[in-house]
Design a protein around this ligand. Structure first.
Ligand SMILES: *Cc1c(COP(=O)(O)O)cnc(C)c1O
Length: 389
């Protein structure tokens, strides 16, 4: 009898999450309310920094949009980010009428290349959006130094990075303008859809809170009277509908409590893969610097040239994994290959040699907490089988 298909990703939703959602449903308050507030407080506490503002949103995409909007990014501006990411990282720049400057990655880490960032800075450049690819922190010390020297804002796409550290400090507490986490179904902490914008910048936080919900503010009224009637609000801008529901926040409150245990299980799976694959013609994912935490959202390996020499392709390799009942994926089809980005900015692969080279060889294997040890061994056997043909 053949074994059931092992999906590429699955969330781990426990009885605590289910009970909290049921409690929310019975409470009568199902949209943004006390649980979203508690999730924000828990999130700031998790990051361990009392200066942080945590703003719950209905996606990381929304959070990235709000952060860049609050920083004043608009028409005529340019924002630098990596080509090796999901389109959400870059599309938010276009929402604001600004332009995206895509740059290449470091071939070893697959994170944005600081040298390429510095070379891409022009008169219109306003911000850098690094992505912590797969859960390995980008080279933040260098990126923050570049930003400081050129007067640029930094908004981290931290969709993969809960929890990850850079030089021992948790992503979310670094000296950037903002960091944005994702709780999409496949992410390390999942609420179905959801995100968290964190910042130390009180003005950014205030603007994002207003723009998160239709540009609604009660601040003006607060200034004149202590007793604010509950029905009163003022619209101060054409805002968005980016608030997180209490149903999703109920999931998040309990997922967050497990985030460290989840990370440890993912790291154990990554370590098992590393040992099993050490002698195979594969380029294994980069390790974090000594003492740093990798969130291991992705285990993205690359087929080495020796594996491709016999005519094997990445696509054929993934087909062979699927044929053995193993889900796999590719992170990412670089933005420079997608028609919209390619055509708008006349991009060609030769501009992004490291990303292009990686893309043609990348395979993401299943890595999630619901995998048992037997599942991990099945993936290992399937990888060996796919390489052997
Ligand atoms: C998932 C993801 C996003 C978007 O997250 P959502 O919560 O789905 O909006 C942004 N950037 C990267 C790198 C992602 O992987």
């Amino acid at each position: 009898m053949s074994k059931p298909f092992l999906p590429f990703a699955l969330p781990e939703i426990g009885d605590d999450e289910i009970a909290e959602v049921v409690d929310t449903l019975r409470s009568g308050w199902i949209t943004t309310g006390p649980k979203a507030r508690r999730f924000e407080q828990d999130f700031a506490a998790f990051l361990g920094d009392a200066q942080l503002h945590a703003i719950a949103v209905n996606s990381a995409t929304a959070g990235l949009h709000l952060a860049l909007e609050a920083l004043g990014i608009g028409p005529g501006d340019e924002v630098i980010t990596t080509t090796h990411t999901f389109t959400a990282t870059a599309e938010v720049v276009r929402y604001l009428g600004a332009d995206v400057k895509l740059v290449d990655i470091d071939a070893a880490t697959l994170n944005i290349d600081p040298a390429a960032v510095e070379a891409a800075i022009g008169a219109r450049t306003k911000a850098i959006v690094p992505v912590h690819y797969g859960g390995l922190a980008a080279d933040m010390p260098r990126l923050l130094d570049i930003a400081r020297r050129h007067g640029l804002k930094v908004v981290e796409d931290a969709a993969h990075a809960l929890p990850a550290t850079s030089r021992g400090a948790l992503v979310g507490t670094l000296a950037s303008d903002a960091a944005v986490f994702s709780f999409y179904a496949t992410k390390t902490v999942a609420t179905g859809e959801g995100g968290m914008l964190v910042t130390r910048d009180a003005a950014l936080a205030a603007r994002a809170r207003v723009m998160r919900l239709h540009g609604m503010s009660r601040d003006a009224f607060d200034r004149y009277t202590a007793e604010v009637p509950s029905w009163y609000y003022e619209i101060v801008a054409p805002g968005f509908k980016y608030n997180l529901t209490d149903i999703a926040a109920a999931l998040g409150i309990h997922q967050l409590k497990k985030a460290r245990a989840f990370q440890q299980r993912r790291a154990a799976i990554a370590a098992r893969y590393d040992r099993a694959f050490a002698a195979l013609p594969l380029v294994l994912p980069p390790q974090p610097p000594a003492g740093d935490t990798h969130a291991w959202h992705l285990y993205a390996l690359r087929l080495a040239d020796a594996a491709l020499a016999g005519g094997l392709t990445r696509d054929r390799f993934i087909e062979r994994l699927f044929a053995q009942g193993i889900g796999a994926s590719v992170h990412y089809i670089p933005l420079h290959l997608h028609p919209y980005w390619r055509d708008r900015y006349r991009l060609v692969p030769a501009l992004f040699p490291a990303s292009q080279h990686a893309y043609e060889r990348l395979v993401s294997l299943p890595i999630y907490t619901r995998m048992g040890d037997a599942d991990v061994e099945r993936v290992i056997a399937a990888v060996r089988g796919a390489l052997a043909g």
